[in-house]
Structures are given as C-alpha cells and as structure tokens.
Design a protein around this ligand. Structure first.
Ligand code: GLA
Length: 412
C-alpha cells in the first residue's frame, strides 16, 4: 500500500476498536472483526439488473469490537462520534425505526433473525479507515464486519465457506435496503464478504444462482504487469439515499417491463450472442421512451464490457483494459448520467498524465474514480490530478493505491 490514505494494519485497527470499546463499556471486548471497502473495476449499476460486475476488496477496513449481552439490547459507539452511545432494542428494529449509522449494525442482526437465526444483544465499538462517503462502500464494510462478528458469536458457521458468506451478504443487503433504506444492489456486501486476496471477483447477480456460480475469482496482479490502480476520492458530496439511485433503478425496471424481459441482463445476453451487438442495439431498444433508452443502453453495454474486461484478464492482457474503462466512464456520464464535474476531471486529468484508462467507480454523483497507471507513473498521475483539482478550485482529493485484499473476518 502506498499513497496518501494508508490502510491500517490488523493490529492497529484492532487496537483502536478495542480501546474505544474499553473506554466506552468498561471491559474488554470478546473479539474484534473487520471487513473491507471495495472498488469496482468494471460493471457499474449492473448488480440490480441481474448483471455482472468485477470489484476488488480494499486493504481499508472497518473494525468492530464486540461482546455479546445476555439481553436484547444493542449499545453502539463509533470513533466518529465518541461521546454518544446509541442504544437500540432488537425487538424495536423494523423498517423506518432506526436513524443514521446504527441502522447498518442492528439491521444486520434483524436480517439474520428474519432468515431464521437466533441473535442476542451486543455491545459494539466501531472504528474505520474506509473513507466515509467516498463511494468505497464504508456502509457495506460496517454491515459485513457486524455480520461476521454475529456469525461467530451466535455460532452460525456461515463465515466458514463461500455459500455461507453469500447468505451473510444477503442479510447485509436486506439491512441496507430495508432498515437503512438505501435501495442498493448486492455488489458491495458480496465483495466485502466474498472477495479474496490477489483477485478480483466476478459477481453474477442472476437471481437464484448457486453461490458456486455467482462468484468467480479472477487473478488481478497489477504489480506483476508493472501497473497500479490509483483511486481518487473526489470528496464531492455523495449520497445514495437521495432519490437519484432509486430513480435509475426504477428506469431499468421500466425498461425491462417494456421490453418484455425480467431484467436487462436478458437483453445483454441476447446481444452477447449476436454477431454485431452494437449494430443491433438501437433496434432492440427502439420501443423504449427517450428518457429510459439511454439508461438501458448503459446497463446492456456495461454488462458486455464486464465480459470484455474479464476476457482480457483471462488472456493475460491486463494492459489492454484501459479503453474498456474509458468506454464505461463515457457510458456512465452520457447515458446513465451519474458522473459529476469532479469525477470527470479526475478521469480526464489522469488520462492526460498517462493513465491507460480511467473511470468513476461505485454509485456516482460524487465519490471516487479509478485510474489504471504504469507503476512508474503513479506520482506523476497523482500530481496531475491534484493540480487539476487545485486549478478548478475544488476541494483537494484523497488518493490511494488499491491492491486486491482479504474479505471480512476475525481480526483479534
Ligand atoms: C452502489 C451500490 C451498489 C451498486 C453501485 C453501482 O455502490 O451500493 O449496489 O449498484 O452503486 O454499481
């Protein structure tokens, strides 16, 4: 890990969460668990369209120090608001009842109970080096850390294999959708729980797919190829609960209904079998209203780009993925309209300074961009992005270099 925003080591994160727990609750925690944020390499806004995406887990993790309680109370403290201890009774958790960040914690306990598991109350102290609001899945990291903690405390045994981790990810998605009220897909939670060190994970969101088929680990060793993945947190405001994300999701569902398919994935698969998908696309989408057509075009072409990107990785051609990243960004900016001036500037400045490809990552409307750069160009690209932001009068961005890291698990 190099870069301006270093990740904490396991020892450091464990010590921070443990100290906060001891200061708040007056005893040592039973244990500490941690889960990573993520960056998505390609496949944006495809997860809720039964599509494909290709994220990696970050070295940046959220740490939770936890002890079980004999009752049904959850007491929560976060390093970000140390003076406040929140209290929520598990029996009171229901859609719309929990405000703010505790929803991501108690929502997971609620979802595990909904799935038939028995969960007790607990005390929890949270600390994190996943940049907050950066589009790097700080909320999924919190949910996933709590999920593996509760899994261990209740002896559910789900964290021990990928099928169990897929079940934990499903609980985290329910927590996010139903208790936190953010209508996201499953990419972030699946990455935090199921990605592996050194690999990107190709996630397939076809409903009902067996876990064996819904995640494939694809080696992503950039250092070997003399490359690096630079992440630029633009620090432009970013929120998924503000209606734009839901509006995109709704447009995709309307498009699928009009086209008579269950999801836009079906259209992507159909075109994937065609000799000349780009030529056929306009006719296939012709029935859609003008405001919906570009949204569908993004999703369908983006699913195709995931296939192209993975094909290049499988063939050992990682140096060739840059144009695929560039095309993804253009599609997100023009067709899906989820970029913003800061993201566009990060992408343009990185490319002009020699990046092989660059795109926004995550939900958009702010958040982070990624750039694939030669390892020897990291400093030059970072400097160029910082200079471009300074020239534009934007808040200075935060920078980090991402490598595919480990999934959620026990830290201490
Ligand atoms: C957010 C959501 C994900 C996914 C991305 C866009 O990160 O949480 O489910 O939809 O946006 O790809």
């Amino acid at each position: 890990m190099s870069g301006v925003l270093p990740a904490w080591t396991t020892d450091e994160g464990t010590a921070r969460a443990t100290t906060l727990f001891e200061q708040t609750f007056g005893a040592a925690p039973l244990g500490v668990w941690a889960a990573p944020g993520r960056v998505n390499l390609i496949g944006e806004h495809t997860d809720y369209n039964a599509g494909l995406c290709l994220p990696i887990a970050l070295e940046h993790r959220t740490f939770v120090a936890v002890s079980p309680r004999a009752d049904r109370l959850v007491r929560l403290v976060s390093a970000q608001e140390q003076s406040t201890v929140r209290e929520v009774r598990l029996g009171d958790v229901a859609p719309g009842t929990v405000e703010g960040w505790p929803a991501y914690v108690v929502g997971v306990a609620w979802a595990l109970e909904q799935a038939g598991h028995s969960v007790v109350g607990f005390d929890v102290a949270v600390d994190s080096c996943v940049p907050y609001g950066a589009g790097l899945s700080s909320s999924a990291a919190l949910e996933s850390a709590v999920a593996v903690a509760l899994d261990d405390l209740a002896g559910l045994g789900l964290g021990g294999d990928d099928a169990g981790r897929a079940a934990l990810a499903a609980a985290c998605v329910r927590a996010e959708n139903e208790i936190a009220g953010a209508p996201t897909g499953g990419m972030d939670q699946s990455t935090s729980l199921r990605a592996t060190t050194g690999n990107a994970v190709l996630l397939d969101f076809t409903p009902g797919l067996d876990p064996v088929d819904s995640a494939r680990h694809v080696p992503f060793d950039l250092a070997d190829a003399g490359l690096a993945l630079l992440v630029v947190d633009t620090r432009a405001p970013h929120a998924l609960v503000d209606g734009q994300y839901a509006a995109r999701r709704d447009a995709c569902e309307r498009a699928a209904r009009t086209l008579g398919v269950t999801s836009l994935r079906e259209i992507a698969d159909m075109l994937g079998r065609s000799e000349s998908p780009a030529d056929e696309l306009p006719a296939v989408l012709a029935a859609l209203d003008d405001d919906v057509r570009p949204r569908a075009r993004h999703v369908v072409t983006e699913i195709g780009r995931v296939g192209t990107f993975v094909g290049l990785l499988d063939a050992g051609d990682v140096t060739e993925v840059g144009p695929v990243m560039d095309a993804s960004h253009a599609s997100l900016r023009e067709d899906y309209e989820v970029s913003c001036p800061e993201l566009d500037l990060a992408v343009t400045a990185a490319r002009e300074a020699g990046a092989l490809g660059a795109r926004m990552t995550g939900g958009g409307f702010g958040g982070s961009a990624i750039a694939l750069v030669r390892a020897t160009d990291i400093a030059a690209v970072q400097d160029a992005v910082l200079a471009a932001f300074a020239d534009a009068g934007y808040t200075p961005p935060d920078l980090l270099v991402a490598v595919p890291a480990a999934p959620a698990g026990r830290a201490g």
